[in-house]
Write a protein that binds this ligand. Sequence first.
Ligand SMILES: [Zn+2]
Length: 471
Amino acid sequence: MLVLLDDGRLIVAKSYAFNPHVRGFISRLNRLGFAHTVQHADLSVVMGYYSGQQVQERHSDMQMAAKNLFEKAVALRASDIHIRVSKRLRTQIFFRIHNDLEFVEEYSFDYGEKLCSTIYQAMADVSDSTFEHMSRQDARISEKSKIPINLDGIRIATSPQVDGYIMVLRLLYNDTSSDLDLVKLGYEQFQSDSIEYMKKKPTGVMIIGGPTGSGKSTTLQRVLGSIIHETQGRKHIITVEDPPEYPIPGAVQTPVANADTEEARSKEFQKAIKAAMRLDPDIIMLSEVRDNPTARLVVQAAMTGHQVWTTVHANSALAIIDRLRDLGVHADLLTDPTVIGGLICQRLVKQLCPHCKAPLTENLGRYDERDIKRFMHVLHMDKVFIQGDGCDQCRGSGTMGRTVVAETVMTDNELMKYIKNGDRLAALNYVRQQGVMSMLDHAIKKINLGIVDPFQAEDIVGVLNAGLTEK
Ligand SMILES: [Zn+2]
């Protein structure tokens, strides 16, 4: 019926203004000499004060629990936290560590409900939001007091599942930006040099191919970071991201508005790219080309005198061209080296723990003879190591972090001539003559150095004796 606030306002629901309890309460305040001003409002306003307060109280304990969970994940250097809330299976929490999901703990269904709604409603940067399990929602936590010190933010994505829902939290570490060297990610020096060359091109689209989770955004972030560093801010860089994953100090990062459907999302993307082009940029970064309208806009941006960096789902550097053709970019534009300036493709492969890795030659009995025969054609068997049993240094996992295997192709008239004629083999041979290493060759090199397990590499780049990486 009423609520007395700290500032002395007594909010009374209009419909209860003459209620004896309300009148009794007011006369008691007067008797006690308690300074107050009476304001009448709708019942819903009064109730709003109470429910708001209750929500806050309920959230504060859970906020501590959530923050502890984040700290625990950061200590293990997890990239993601998965919270699966299911009526049947209760609440299960997993961390993704070095690309593998590891089960962490289990709680009741109710606990998961509270945890997820607290993270979404009380911790994320969304105002007046309610957590709706049955719809897909994205948000972000960036308030420093709510996240561990080594994080720039946490990206939240939720989706319903059969008897509950899942919330995935991507932890955005802030120490990744401190080092802009691509070689430290696993690129070869000559690959890093060819990306340097692409950075010098005044116009054209530079494209990184690879599936989700292949480290494309980290590479992009480092490339743009190094351009800003080297030009000391003389280049106007605008990013269009869905949503921004890492902060790039010195770039103007614009998010793409949330949308429910793929079509609406595409429209938002197009709007954001067009807006970016009107803001007088030198360099535009678009997080992903995924459909015909965005592909055309990217090409248009390059043709109107911009350097553009973007990513696409493709399995090899040359397959990026095919992918863009599938997305409806005209062949004449695709084979113009001033429009398509550079092609990069990358994957991430686990690095062996140097403390417990095991020589392959001492474990031959564990493997199929056919695998070993296949390896003998391409590997220096006595230099190859496989994943060991795990030790204290690697928390029993046998691996430590991941390393890039990549191929980088600079485009020129001759290469484009072969592509235009549909002569794939000539194009590949030409690229090879230029000294370009295929992603498969790169993986083989790392296996022969004993830093990557051959079986794990095959899971990522395909069979090792396949020769040229066609697709
Ligand atoms: Zn180890």
